[in-house]
Design a binder for this molecule. Structure first.
Ligand SMILES: [Zn+2]
Length: 328
């Protein structure tokens, strides 16, 4: 099943607005235990502990094992050793003193696993959309995927071009040639709802399922504050000027390593001019229409993103609280 098809299927189920579901990937119970990252002896003991659990990535896919009727993303030290050669191993932290690691398979080890009947390789977005595993595993999987993706893309020093080496249990790469230290990066993305009175602006990307409308979003640029990035993105994508910007919440988005920074913004103008390169369409929606979309009762079948995405919660807060979201 493609990610888009599975999102469309999930969207057919109306969310229960009386019992809000949480967004995916945040709320980790793991203590990162950074003090252990330089302690080789402790790390070696963690890796062979019978309480150790490994989250396994094969390229962009997560490796899951069948466990009864369900799927389990945690492998023991002996199970992970039998899967194949590691590309990198990263210490994620401790869950009630049980060590947790992220483990990426070498490219040659991935293909044979796809033929095994006891395993499933699924991308992390589809896992969240389908509810394929217990929700508590999504934050550590997001941590593992973001950091292992960074390693996969930073094998050579951006300063001098020499091969770099994983150190600090996976939380740094050092260059033996020029001695530069490279730290994992997170890319900030602003995602916002521009509001004017009882209305707000939603847009559509050509990548969205046909009926889905969502918040505008874009990468914050170097030398820009969150507020400036929100105002610039709204101006670029829909031609509106914004004044006040209010932070709402954030969400790790490990595709590959973004942090979604959710905001509400006060629109000063109302004439939408769409940047057709960035988005397919955009228009104003009032709170009554948004309520129909959130509850999957819209007469044309229009819908907001599902609760796993922060966009759902940014829109929902405006439906519930109106323009108060700009002050409280
Ligand atoms: Zn270097």
């Amino acid at each position: 099943m493609t990610g888009t098809a599975s999102i469309a299927r999930k969207m057919a189920q109306p969310p229960d607005l009386s019992a809000p579901q949480r967004q995916a990937y945040s709320g980790s119970r793991i203590e990162r235990a950074a003090a252990h990252r330089g302690d080789e002896r402790a790390l070696a003991a963690f890796a062979t502990s019978n309480r150790a659990g490994f989250y396994v990535l094969g390229g962009d896919a997560v490796v899951l094992k069948y466990h009864g009727e369900g799927l389990d993303p945690l492998f023991s030290a002996s199970e992970v050793g039998a899967l194949g050669e590691a590309s990198e191993t990263v210490f994620l932290g401790l869950l009630e003193e049980a060590p947790r690691f992220g483990f990426s398979l070498a490219p040659a080890a991935i293909e044979p696993l796809k033929a095994r009947g006891d395993l499933q390789l699924i991308d992390l977005r589809s896992i969240a959309v389908q509810g394929a595993i217990a929700a508590e595993h999504l934050p550590p999987l997001a941590e593992a995927k973001a950091i292992l993706s960074w390693h996969a893309r930073h094998r050579f020093c951006p300063n001098c071009g020499a091969p770099t080496k994983l150190v600090q249990a996976g939380w740094r790469r050092d260059c033996p040639a020029c001695e530069a230290e490279h730290f994992p990066r997170t890319d900030p993305v602003v995602i916002m709802l521009a509001i004017s009175g009882e209305r707000c602006v939603l847009g559509r990307s050509p990548r969205f399922p046909a009926t889905m409308w969502s918040c505008l979003a874009g990468f914050a640029e170097p030398g820009e504050s969150i507020e400036e990035a929100v105002r610039r993105e709204v101006a670029e994508e829909v031609g509106l000027a914004c004044a006040r910007v209010k932070y709402f919440a954030s969400q790790p988005w490990p595709f590959p390593s973004s942090l979604m920074i959710g905001c509400h913004a006060e629109a000063l103008t109302d004439n939408i001019v769409i940047d057709k390169i960035e988005i397919e369409d955009a228009r104003w929606f009032d709170r009554a229409e948004l309520t129909l979309m959130l509850t999957r009762k819209h007469p044309q079948g229009l819908a907001t993103p599902p609760p796993l995405a922060i966009a759902h919660h940014i829109i929902r807060a405006f439906v519930e609280r109106g323009r108060d979201v700009l002050v409280n």
